[in-house]
Design a protein around this ligand. Structure first.
Ligand SMILES: Cc1ncc(COP(=O)(O)O)c(C=O)c1O
Length: 489
C-alpha cells in the first residue's frame, strides 16, 4: 500500500506511480531520467534518486545498469479496462430525473465519503485566490457593476477566454462567445437552438447524467452510441445513425468523457467532422475537462480541427478547475444566426449573468495564476486516480474492470454482472459512503452493474478507507449472489 506522502521524495514517487497506473508510462517504457525529474519537479538529484529507490522497492520501476530506469512489466494495473459499450441502437425518450433525484441529494452532502459528485475539493480549487479578486472588484467596482450587462456577458472575460482558446488552435473572437451559467446553461442553450421537441440527439454511452437531464427537459430523444473507454464513440455506429436514422444533432465530449474518461484521438475527430459535414448534422461539443490532461498536450477540441466549419457549437466552463460556485461557463459559435438565437433565449430565460463575478474572473485569468494552478491540480488528480485504482484492485470483487482516464478526475468501474449498484448504493450510504450508480449515466438500463467514483478530493485516509469499504461491500454482494446461484442448483 502506498504511504500518505510525508516527504517530497514520496510525493514524487506517488506522481510517477500515478503515471504508471493511468497508462501514461507504459510497462517496459523508459522512465524520465533523474535529471529530468529533478528539473521538472524542482527537487534535488538526491531527492529524485530517493523517489526512484522507493519505486524500485515497490516494484514499480526497475533500474537497468548503464541505461536508466524502466517501468516494471508487472507494475501495470492488473484489472482490465471496460470493453466498448453496447447500447440498444434505438432512439428513445429520456426519463432520467427519478433515477437522479436520490443520488444527487447525497453526492453533495459532506457527511458522506465524497466519491459521488465530480466536484474538486475546496483545497484543490484556487478559491482563496479567486475570492481575493472578487473582494477587490467589489471594493473598487461594486457600485458600477451592480446592473445588467449585455446578454453576451463581460467583454473582458470573453477576451480572456478567446485568448486561451488560441493556444489550442481555436481562433475565436469575443463576439463568438456568450458567457453562461456554467457549462450546463451553454449546453441547454445549444440544444435549444438546433433542435425541436421530439428530435433525436446522438450521445456517448455512458454519458454525463446532466446532459440526459437537459435532453429530458427539452423533450428530446437520445440515441446512445457504442463508446470505447479509451477512444470514444464507434465511428461506424455514428455513420449508421446519421445515414439510417437521419440524426441531425450530436452531443459529444471533446475530451475525457464523464464517466469513462475516454478521449477521442484527433484523427477520429476529423472523421467525425467529415461524417457530420456529409450528413449536414450539427455537433455540440462539451469540453469541460479539456484543461485536465495528464499527457504532454491538451486534447484538441473539434472546433479547432476545422476552423471553417459552421456546424460546431462549443461549450465549456471553469467549474472543474477553479470554481463550480461562480457558475462561469461559455458557449461559442462562429455562426451569426446561432449566436442570435442563443442571445434571444438567454434574454428570455436569464437576461444576463452577474457582471461582478465575471469581472473578477477575468482579472483572475489575466493575472496568469490559472496555468500554475492547472499544473498543480492535474498532478493531484492523476495521483488520486492512480491511488484509487490500486485501492479498487485490492478490495473490489474479482472480475471488476476499471477505466484508465488520461485526464479529468473520475473512474468508471464495471463490476461482475451479479452486483446491482443501485442496491450497493443504499448499503454504501448506511456506511457513510456516496458514489454514483451506473444507471444514472444512460437511459438504456445497461449499466446496473457499473458505478462512477470521483477522484476530486486529494488522496487521504478517509477516501482510502471509503474505497476499501465500498470494495468489500461489493465483494460481499458478489459472494451472496454466487451462493444464491449455487443453492438453487
Ligand atoms: C461532462 C460535463 N458537462 C457539463 C457539466 C456541468 O458543468 P457546470 O457545472 O459548469 O454547469 C459537468 C458537471 O459535472 C460535466 O461533467
Amino acid at each position: 500500500m502506498r504511504a500518505h506522502p510525508h516527504f517530497r521524495y514520496e510525493e514524487v514517487a506517488n506522481l510517477i506511480a500515478g503515471l504508471v497506473d493511468s497508462g501514461t508510462l507504459r510497462p517496459g517504457s523508459r522512465a524520465p531520467s533523474l535529471r529530468e525529474i529533478s528539473k521538472q519537479q524542482r527537487v534535488s538529484l538526491s531527492t529524485a534518486l530517493q523517489a526512484y529507490r522507493l519505486l524500485e522497492d515497490r516494484g514499480v520501476l526497475e533500474a537497468r545498469p548503464q541505461s536508466g530506469h524502466y517501468v516494471a512489466s508487472r507494475a501495470a494495473l492488473r484489472l482490465e479496462p471496460p470493453a466498448i459499450s453496447n447500447p440498444p441502437g434505438r432512439a428513445a425518450p429520456v426519463v432520467i430525473s427519478p433515477t437522479l433525484s436520490k443520488v444527487m441529494q447525497y453526492s453533495v452532502d459532506p457527511r458522506f465519503v465524497p466519491l459521488g459528485g465530480a466536484i474538486p475539493s475546496a483545497e484543490l480549487l484556487a478559491a482563496a485566490r479567486l475570492d481575493r479578486f472578487l473582494a477587490r472588484a467589489a471594493r473598487t467596482k461594486g457600485v458600477s457593476y451592480n446592473t445588467y450587462t449585455e446578454p453576451k456577458g463581460e467583454l473582458r472575460l470573453r477576451q480572456e477566454i478567446a485568448r486561451r482558446a488560441v493556444r489550442w488552435g481555436t481562433a475565436l473572437s469575443p463576439e463568438d462567445i456568450v458567457i453562461t451559467s456554467g457549462c450546463m446553461e451553454a449546453i441547454a442553450l445549444a440544444l435549444s437552438i438546433v433542435t425541436r421537441p421530439g428530435d433525436t440527439v446522438a450521445i456517448e454511452s455512458p454519458t454525463y447524467f446532466g446532459l440526459l437531464r437537459s435532453l429530458e427537459a427539452l423533450g428530446l430523444k437520445a440515441l446512445e452510441l457504442p463508446t470505447d473507454a479509451a477512444d470514444g464513440i464507434d465511428l461506424s455506429a455514428l455513420k449508421t445513425v446519421l445515414e439510417r436514422n437521419g440524426v441531425k444533432t450530436c452531443l459529444f465530449s471533446s475530451s475525457f468523457n464523464n464517466p469513462l474518461g475516454c478521449n477521442m484521438p484527433s484523427e477520429n475527430k476529423l472523421k467525425v467532422l467529415a461524417l457530420l459535414a456529409r450528413y449536414r448534422a450539427t455537433l455540440i461539443e462539451d469540453d469541460i475537462n479539456g484543461d485536465i490532461y495528464f499527457g504532454p498536450q491538451r486534447p484538441v477540441p473539434f472546433m479547432a480541427l476545422d476552423p471553417s466549419a459552421n456546424n460546431i457549437i462549443y461549450c465549456s466552463s471553469f467549474s472543474k478547475t477553479v470554481a463550480p460556485g461562480y457558475r462561469i461557463g461559455w458557449m461559442a459559435t462562429k455562426t451569426a444566426a446561432q449566436m442570435q438565437s442563443a442571445l434571444e433565449r438567454k434574454l428570455a430565460f436569464t437576461l444576463s449573468g452577474p457582471p461582478l463575478l465575471q469581472v473578477a474572473f477575468a482579472e483572475f485569468l489575466s493575472s496568469g495564476g490559472y496555468d500554475n494552478h492547472l499544473r498543480r491540480i492535474r498532478r493531484a488528480f492523476e495521483d488520486t486516480i492512480g491511488q484509487m485504482s490500486r485501492a479498487v484492485e485490492r478490495s473490489f470483487p474479482a472480475g471488476t474492470k476499471v477505466s484508465r482516464p488520461a485526464g479529468s478526475f473520475v473512474l468508471w468501474l464495471e463490476l461482475p454482472k451479479s452486483v446491482q449498484t443501485a442496491a450497493l448504493f443504499d448499503e454504501a450510504l448506511k456506511n457513510g459512503i456516496c458514489f454514483i450508480p451506473g444507471n444514472a449515466f444512460s437511459i438504456s438500463g445497461r449499466y446496473g452493474h457499473c458505478l462512477r467514483l470521483s477522484c476530486g478530493h486529494g488522496w487521504n485516509e478517509r477516501i482510502e478507507k471509503g474505497v476499501m469499504k465500498l470494495g468489500k461491500l461489493a465483494a460481499a454482494a458478489a459472494a451472496r449472489s454466487e451462493d444464491a446461484f449455487f443453492s438453487k442448483r
